[in-house]
Design a binder for this molecule. Structure first.
Ligand code: C2E
Ligand code: MG
Ligand code: MG
Ligand code: MG
Length: 278
């Protein structure tokens, strides 16, 4: 009996796995089509001065995919699928293209957008040509250095690849700021803080969630803030949803706040209106 049950469970598991693979490859194909059928767009998540939460200091470009049949699909779902294929490279270029186009439009309208951050996958750094390709796109839209920041996670750094360090150097020399995203959630050595030309550390929502109620989350946030200060790096807290989290971050010297308490990620036009009234 037990054996029979085990076999059934295995069969069930196998068919779920099979279904998952089918779903993933269907999604991958749909995502490939999305690159040419206009289903991709960016939202901009505003970042504010922690000590003056009305003051806009930056924004993060976040990719969105609305599939005609399946509806909106979360980046938490489609980015990992893209990462497993060559699609992530194409998506990365598309994000840079859309972002530069938007910035160009805002500037043409006489506005002064703050530094815009975008997310780059580990693959972008490992393949090479990341910095040079970005430079090309920026030139095409007349975007000057100093206007952009690239966010990457610790996972980008685990292989200690020369190509990765070369790209980082090239981006930095080209005037692109560098930020470590989701700091403290991945595997990387702290020596990177010393060795890399970083501008910013982003404190992940999983730690921010515990501020004011979990000693361990507070200890991690406090340590991150104090290391950042020692290294002269800016800090941004992500996922700030409550007034008490904001108060904690203000009291502990965090520089910037990004979270639903202050704003949701905005459509291009809504972000432009925010710039107009800033
Ligand atoms: P991330 O780069 O850490 O982005 C922050 C995520 O936290 C965003 O989710 C944002 O909407 C969310 N967030 C910020 N504040 C709050 C808050 O107060 N409450 C809640 N509940 N959420 C908050 P999103 O847009 O779903 O992105 C998820 C992840 O997908 C990103 O994490 C990033 O890793 C990836 N991603 C998004 N856009 C891109 C992209 O253009 N390229 C790449 N490679 N990855 C991207
Ligand atoms: Mg990010
Ligand atoms: Mg993050
Ligand atoms: Mg994240």
């Amino acid at each position: 009996r037990a054996k029979e049950e085990g076999r059934n469970r295995l069969r069930l598991y196998k068919s779920e796995l099979h279904q998952q693979l089918l779903d993933d490859s269907a999604l991958e194909e749909a995502l490939r089509r999305a690159l040419s059928n206009g289903e991709l767009r960016l939202l901009y998540h505003p970042q504010f001065d922690a000590n003056d939460p009305k003051r806009l200091l930056g924004a993060e470009a976040l990719l969105r995919w609305d599939n005609r049949e399946k509806g909106p699909i979360s980046p938490e779902r489609f980015i990992p699928i893209a990462e497993r294929s060559d699609l992530i490279t194409e998506l990365g270029w598309r994000v840079q293209e859309l972002m530069c186009k938007d910035i160009h439009e805002w500037q043409t309208a006489g506005l002064k957008p703050p530094v815009i951050s975008f997310n780059a996958s580990p693959k972008a750094f490992r393949e090479g040509k990341f910095a040079s390709r970005l430079r090309e796109i920026m030139a095409r839209y007349g975007i000057s250095p100093g206007q952009l920041q690239v966010e990457f996670t610790e996972g980008t750094l685990t292989e200690h690849s020369d190509t990765v360090y070369q790209e980082i150097r090239e981006l930095h020399e080209g005037g692109i700021e560098l930020a470590i995203d989701d700091f403290g959630t991945g595997y990387s050595c702290l020596v990177n803080l010393k060795r890399l030309p970083l501008a910013e550390l982003k404190i992940d929502k999983i730690f921010v969630d515990g501020l004011g109620k979990n000693d361990h989350d507070e200890a991690i946030a406090r340590a991150t803030l104090s290391m950042a200060q020692a290294f002269g790096l800016r800090t941004v807290a992500e996922g700030v949803e409550t007034q008490s989290q904001l108060a904690w971050l203000q009291a502990h010297g965090c520089n910037r706040i990004q979270g639903f308490l202050l704003a949701y990620p905005l459509e291009t036009e809504a972000f432009q209106s925010m710039l107009q009234s800033a």
